[in-house]
Design a protein around this ligand. Structure first.
Ligand SMILES: C[S@@+](CC[C@H](N)C(=O)[O-])C[C@H]1O[C@@H](n2cnc3c(N)ncnc32)[C@H](O)[C@@H]1O
Length: 282
């Protein structure tokens, strides 16, 4: 499987900056996960250093416990995923990923539940996803749609799209997802030509493409005038306010500023997972 993205790390973020063993075996891909990992590293480094005040050690341990436990706690307090979503996630994690695609790209339980909540409260019927991967978010949103609702999901990589289709076939609502394989810019242009319009758009593909997708969505009428735009990874592993060292970090930093200064929309950044921005037309 391959993607023509400029991915230098998970979710298009930077490659890890150290060779430290990640917390829990998986590479941290969210700002709080990275903080927890760094705090763990500091704790190990000072463990045998004499003269570190006990209070400093206790503060460090508490900071680490808060950061390391946050995402697990949020998961525990969030409604559980369906059996089909759990199976899709398990299959994604078991896959021998290589190249630019990796299991950490999967949106997962909490973000999926968040998207389901958006679909339900916005009473969306037509949903567009840009960047489907193995289809977690697409299927999650499909489950929340009313009868007759549809998710159009764009994916560049044909192999990963085939895997997603397999998983959709095992779900009672899998037929609500229409998979469009190819560069999203071409798919969006085609959908616009066909006069398609969407109540909810989830943007989660190549980060340098975000600015172009935003223009297509707003200028070509793909986002309904009353529609909601949800953009993933807008906190890009903390890069926008610490060190935007990767191409994707710089792209997201520029996109965030562009969105903030765009008079066509109003927006709020939600610090869920790797950051989710909600925007609507004003
Ligand atoms: C972060 S993953 C998406 C995760 C997915 N939304 C989920 O819920 O698990 C990004 C996906 O965008 C795809 N992608 C990258 N560039 C693309 C492009 N130009 N057009 C369409 N898809 C693209 C990648 O192949 C990858 O599968």
């Amino acid at each position: 499987m391959s993607a023509d993205t400029d991915l230098t790390g998970p979710l298009g973020g930077p490659a890890p900056t150290s060779s430290r063993a990640p917390v829990g075996g998986a590479r941290p891909v969210t700002p709080v996960g990275i903080v927890a990992d760094l705090l763990g590293s500091v704790a190990r480094q000072v463990a045998d250093v004499p003269g570190v005040p006990l209070e400093a050690r206790a503060d460090l341990a508490r900071a680490r416990a808060i950061a390391a436990g946050l995402e697990g706690y949020v998961e525990q307090q969030t409604s559980p995923p369906s059996a089909a979503l759990a199976a899709l996630e398990e299959r994604t994690r078991a896959e021998p990923w290589e190249g630019n695609l990796e299991a950490e790209m999967l949106s997962g339980h909490v973000e999926g539940a968040f998207l389901q909540m958006l679909v339900r409260v916005s009473r969306s019927r037509q949903v567009l996803e840009v960047g489907m991967f193995t289809g977690y978010a697409a299927l999650a949103m499909a489950e929340a749609l009313p009868e007759g609702g549809r998710v159009v999901a764009c994916e560049l990589d044909p192999g990963v799209a085939a895997l997603a289709r397999d998983c959709f076939a095992a779900s009672p609502v899998g037929d609500r997802v229409q998979v469009e394989v190819g560069p999203a810019s071409e798919t969006l242009a085609r959908l616009a030509e066909q006069g398609e319009t969407f109540d909810l758009v989830f943007l989660d593909a190549d980060k340098p493409g975000y600015a172009g997708y935003l223009d297509l969505l707003l200028d070509r009428g793909l986002l309904h005038p009353e529609g909601l735009l949800c953009v993933d990874n807008t906190l890009l592993q903390g890069e926008p306010w610490s060190e935007a060292s990767s191409p994707n970090g710089r792209a997201v930093t520029a996109f965030n500023e562009q969105l903030r200064d765009d008079p066509r929309v109003e927006q709020v950044v939600v610090p869920l997972r790797d950051g989710v921005t909600l925007a609507r037309r004003v």
